[in-house]
Design a protein around this ligand. Sequence first.
Ligand SMILES: [Zn+2]
Length: 249
Amino acid sequence: MIIDLEKRWPQQPGEPTVISVGFMPGAPRHLQELVIEAAKEWEKCNIRFEWGPPEKSDIRIAITIAFNKSEESSWTVVGTEAKRLSSDTPTMELTWANNENAFRHSILHEFGHVLGAEHEHCSPYFPYHWNRAVIESAFERQLGSREKAIDMLRRNMKRRIPPNQPNVLISRFDEKSIMMYVLHKEWLRWHNDFKKEPRHFLENHDLSALDIRTMKEAYPRQLSFTSSPKVSLAVLGTLLIIIGIKYKA
Ligand SMILES: [Zn+2]
């Protein structure tokens, strides 16, 4: 997982990070329910989504219906960049293509971007080079135009983040990450630094253990130094664990 820490949402000590989310008019009710249920998965990472009217929300979701595969085009703005958009426009679009698994993947993936995550294949530890000619024609077929294919590749595939990029949290490469694309082995070429045979990568439908661990690192549970005895005891317990003393409250 790769998380751009500069696009992280602000945190209050002792509280989960709260992000408000609303649906644009016309989003079908039963699909809204699927979105709310799936997005909850990210709440394992000290995040809380507050669902309300779109015009008052940080994240505004439009849901569209796709009638064929080429119309599938879910997208979102990464992290706090959503704040730059005017409050009457969506910051995320999710496409329903009559497949609950694929929809779940899109929801978890786009909400990963909302929290600041980038695509897993942009990792400095992604163990392949791209097979440019093959991938360009595959995208041209899927998107229906060469320009769109080249633009998609430039925006979404080619970038490789350097390992020492400041303010970016990078785990090891994780093929189980929800931020991983479906990749065909023909799209990939051998990379001498990693020495791994190209292979297929399938669609993931859940957050990986490393997704959750890395996101928790980006949104840590911050301690609140209040006068409440219960909190103080918890703080004391944590400090004692940090210095290596086993302590039971
Ligand atoms: Zn994406």
